[in-house]
Design a protein around this ligand. Structure first.
Ligand code: FAD
Ligand code: FO1
Length: 472
């Protein structure tokens, strides 16, 4: 099974050299089902040269806290152990990522650099800088999307309804099975330090006031177990339960998907086999494939994905026309953060976010729309929503987040609705609508004082070498 060439994009036009191949891992932090790693190994085997995986650890990445670095680094420690078993060294570099990669490539006479696709501004800047500075071939593999973002569409799509037919037409060519990563026969020429999880966690410059959460165990193995559990116990009722914040009807897979600790293609292959739950399978794959790839499409083709300038013209016009409408309630970012508004439902959602690092998808829409309604300006609303989302959501800093917030506040991928104060023609949501949908009182009790939210796990000392559990 070879990689579909549609996944490969050349970041510079330099042909592969004879030196070792390096996979600069970033978005897709896993060994199994990782097209970027699979392709890097194919290149190395063709040339009979060594192969290594490199991860550049940046401090305070887009405001990430200990909650995020703990999950990510514990997952990377497992990936490093797995790679060690395959005689593929895992090298962790600290400092400015593009500069560190450039130095590594030069010092070790690397023959080819492979990295993974990411539509976010910061990552495209890293890739551009490296592709220009190194004197060896540099390619990007889309290992995150099933239909590669650059192939699914060559422009920003209006909404799911315009991207869906394109995805559905192309899907059969990309929803293929994965070849395994094999034990690499050519040894890396130099000794490599074993990844020291505790030392790395201790040495991080990071905001430690937002602790790790207990409900989601990091790493490929745990992600795979969560998938198996969802397919067995949650999928059949997904269609019926997924919009009820009191019924845990979603898969809960987003942290593992965000950090690339599980492949969306693997999830789609496993879910697609359950044809006896067809309505739920269809609803789930719509979210996992169309909605998720729509977010990458939005961030890739719209450089203003995190500001008002990224809104469609109709939305920017209407929200500007209503900029000076009187706000019945006004709150500061700190009042939002502490969940001390007049609305017990909104406060409960915020406390769920702070204590558990997640929030039900339906509540995320309500949560963001109320930030628009109760902020002094749409600009401040966007800034507050992105700040809180990326500070507390375990799956934050993700294209899904920028698209979800821009949908809620700026009508991205949505249409115009009846005009009203503050929102203009942006879709409106209120607590009465929630009462019609689910047990609001029950939700409030559950999260009101952060009581039920999973206890925040202290950043305890984990074993440095994780259990040798390379997923199949
Ligand atoms: P499931 O319902 O089980 O869906 C499975 C997967 O499909 C999700 O993990 C996700 O990858 C994808 N998916 C589901 N719903 C959406 C959607 N609406 N848009 C894009 N992809 C989707 N998602 C994040 O990953 N990170 C975020 O920071 C984030 N912030 C959001 C902020 C707002 C204001 C809104 C409205 C949505 C946001 N979402 C975000 C999208 C969505 O709410 C979450 O992906 C979903 O709730 C995660 O839970 P789950 O994995 O159990 O979802
Ligand atoms: N990617 C990196 O290559 N290096 C990092 O140090 C890094 C930190 C990080 C922290 C939190 C987080 O949510 C993501 C982080 N990522 C990092 C990026 C991540 O792998 C994804 O590429 C993007 O966030 C999603 O596109």
């Amino acid at each position: 099974m070879k990689i579909n060439p549609g996944r490969i994009h050349h970041l510079n036009q330099i042909p592969p050299g004879n030196g070792p191949v390096v996979y600069w891992m970033s978005r897709d932090q896993r060994v199994a089902d990782n097209w970027a790693l699979i392709h890097a190994q194919q290149l190395a085997l063709e040339r009979q040269v060594p192969l290594a995986v490199v991860f550049t650890l940046a401090d305070s990445f887009l405001g990430a806290t200990l909650r995020h670095y703990g999950f990510m680094l514990r997952g990377l420690a497992q990936a490093a152990a797995c790679l060690h078993d395959l005689s593929i060294p895992f090298v962790l570099l600290r400092g400015n990522p593009p500069a560190e990669i450039d130095r590594f490539v030069r010092q070790l006479n690397i023959g080819m650099l492979v990295t993974d696709f990411d539509p976010l501004r910061i990552k495209r800047t890293w890739h551009d800088q490296v592709a220009r500075s190194i004197s060896v071939g540099c390619i990007e593999v889309d290992a995150h999307n099933i239909v590669p973002c650059r192939v699914a569409s060559h422009k920003q799509e209006y909404g799911a309804y315009t991207l869906r037919p394109r995805i559905n037409r192309l899907l059969p060519g990309f929803l293929d099975s994965f070849p395994p990563v094999v034990s690499h026969p050519i040894a890396w020429p130099l000794p490599v330090d074993v990844f020291d999880l505790n030392a790395t966690l201790d040495g991080l410059t990071v905001d430690r006031s937002v602790g790790e959460v207990a409900w989601s165990r990091p790493g490929e193995q745990a992600g795979r177990e969560r998938l198996v559990d969802f397919v067995k116990h949650g999928l059949a009722n997904y269609d019926e339960r997924r919009n009820d914040p009191c019924r845990e009807g979603q898969s809960g897979l987003s942290p593992w998907l965000h950090f690339g600790q599980i492949s969306a293609q693997r999830v789609a292959l496993e879910v697609g086999r359950q044809m006896d739950a067809s309505a739920s399978v269809e609803a789930f794959l719509e979210e996992l494939i169309v909605r998720r790839e729509l977010s990458d499409n939005f961030c890739f083709y719209n450089s203003n994905y995190d500001s008002l300038e990224g809104f469609p013209a109709w939305a920017l016009k209407t929200i500007t026309e209503h900029r000076h409408d009187p706000r019945e309630f006004l709150y500061t970012p700190e009042q939002f953060e502490t969940g001390t508004t007049h609305d017990p439902l909104w406060n409960a959602a915020q406390l769920a976010l702070v204590t558990t690092g997640t929030m039900h998808g339906y509540m995320r829409m309500y949560w963001a729309k109320k930030i628009l309604e109760w902020s002094p300006s749409p600009e401040e609303a966007m800034a507050t929503a992105i700040w809180l989302n990326d500070r507390y959501q375990l799956d934050g800093r993700d294209p899904n987040g920028y698209a979800g917030i821009s949908w809620s506040i700026g009508g991205v991928h949505d249409r115009a609705w009846g005009e009203r104060p503050v929102f203009g023609k942006i879709r409106y949501m209120n607590a009465r609508g929630c009462v019609r949908k689910f047990d609001v009182a029950g939700y409030i009790v559950r999260y009101r004082d952060g009581a039920v939210g999973q206890p925040v796990k202290p950043a305890h000392k984990a074993k440095n070498r994780s259990a040798k559990s390379c997923p199949p």
